[in-house]
Design a protein around this ligand. Structure first.
Ligand SMILES: NC(=O)c1ccc[n+]([C@@H]2O[C@H](COP(=O)([O-])OP(=O)(O)OC[C@H]3O[C@@H](n4cnc5c(N)ncnc54)[C@H](OP(=O)(O)O)[C@@H]3O)[C@@H](O)[C@H]2O)c1
Length: 333
């Protein structure tokens, strides 16, 4: 897989990045540890050079799994993680009630205060078993902290050699503008898929103009775009998809109907719907990479092959057009 430069940073990421949220089990109804480790290792063996995780994914559990999986091959992989969501402190903004991996109630705060960023970085370094994080990202805007203060804390970590590049996630243009005035922002991590295309209007053009890398999340729309979420599919207790607005039976049917429209394209390339969806996502101008989640080695290997064929410009537009109506309907409310 040919790597791509991440914005203004010296980092070169594979256009498919392994997303380690689901393998941590949290909000995904659990996952077997061995399957998770195999998934990460299979993705690296298949040419993926970057793993994306976050402290909040399983309250440290995903980071620990990533650290365990890459032991002995740290030099082969870039580590991206995130800070700014605290379950172990009650400072910050927008408290959010959730369950932890053990089903206990927790309240999560968005917290991008400088002292919290410095503390969290140390914890993540330990859990990942490394002395440097390649890409350190603020997970969500924290409205109780001036973004300039957060960025100065990130810059300090970079100067100390604890992180190589600074990233942010879920920021809009206004936040990005303020952030980049203080520190070099290598990348933004926003949601983007055939169904969720909000970034196309302002955020993506802004990132293109300012050489900010864009690594998009949920390109399979949490599994919907694989075609394996029919009306009858049940989710395990604790899997957030059971109550996600995109997963109503009506929306599942909309997605399946749109996938049928692109079946001739998938067949022509001997590709699955998942591979076509990933391939489409990373061919959009301005997108550096897609963060793709996988539960096991089979899914990870399969997804890593998504760029082994080339969609023509005409096919790319036909795929987009097939999802115009579902995308509009599913984001209407
Ligand atoms: N910054 C943020 O706020 C944020 C938010 C969300 C995600 N992310 C990042 O983006 C990454 C990816 O997003 P995501 O995990 O939400 O969604 P995704 O990549 O769109 O979907 C992943 C899920 O789809 C299913 N799947 C994947 N490959 C498959 C295949 N080949 N065949 C059948 N099913 C397959 C798996 O679930 P099942 O097998 O259970 O169906 C898997 O867990 C995350 O891991 C995380 O790193 C970041």
């Amino acid at each position: 897989m040919q790597s791509r430069q991440l914005g203004n940073s010296p980092i070169r990421v594979s256009p498919i990045i392994f997303g380690a949220w689901a393998i941590g089990g949290w909000m995904w109804g659990g996952n077997e540890e061995q399957e998770s480790l195999d998934a990460i290792r299979a993705s690296i063996a298949s040419g993926v050079n970057t793993i994306d995780t976050a402290a909040i994914y399983g309250m440290g559990h995903s980071e620990e799994l990533v650290g365990k999986a890459i032991k002995g091959m740290r030099d082969k992989v870039l580590l991206a993680t995130k800070c700014g969501m605290r379950w172990d402190s009650d400072e910050g903004s927008e408290p959010w009630k959730q369950k932890d991996n053990n089903g206990r109630d927790v309240t999560i705060y968005k917290n991008a205060r400088p002292d919290s960023i410095a503390y969290e970085c140390e914890q993540s370094l330990k859990r990942l078993g490394t002395d440097v994080i390649d890409l350190y990202q603020i997970h969500w805007p924290d409205v109780s902290t001036p973004v300039e203060d957060s960025m100065r804390a990130m810059l300090k970590l970079q100067e100390q050699g604890k992180i190589r590049a600074i990233g942010v996630s879920n920021y809009d243009v206004e936040w990005l503008r303020k952030a980049k005035a203080v520190a070099p922002v290598a990348s933004l991590q926003p949601p983007y898929s055939l169904i969720q295309r909000k970034i196309e209007s302002e955020i993506l053009p802004f990132c293109r103009q300012n050489n900010i890398g864009v690594i998009v999340y949920s390109p399979l729309e949490r599994g919907l775009l694989t075609g394996k979420v029919g009306a009858d599919r049940q989710f395990a207790p604790g899997d957030h998809r059971a109550s996600h607005k995109y997963f109503t039976v009506e929306n599942r049917k909309r997605v399946l109907a749109a996938l049928e429209k692109i079946r001739p394209i998938a067949d022509r390339h001997k590709a699955s719907f998942a591979q076509v969806a990933i391939n489409w996502t990373v061919h959009e101008p301005g997108i550096t990479a897609a963060l793709v989640g996988a539960r096991n080695a089979e899914q990870a290997e399969h997804n890593a092959k998504a760029l082994s064929f080339t969609l023509t410009p005409e096919e790319l537009s036909q795929i987009r057009a097939a999802f115009d109506e579902p995308s509009r309907a599913m984001n209407a409310s």
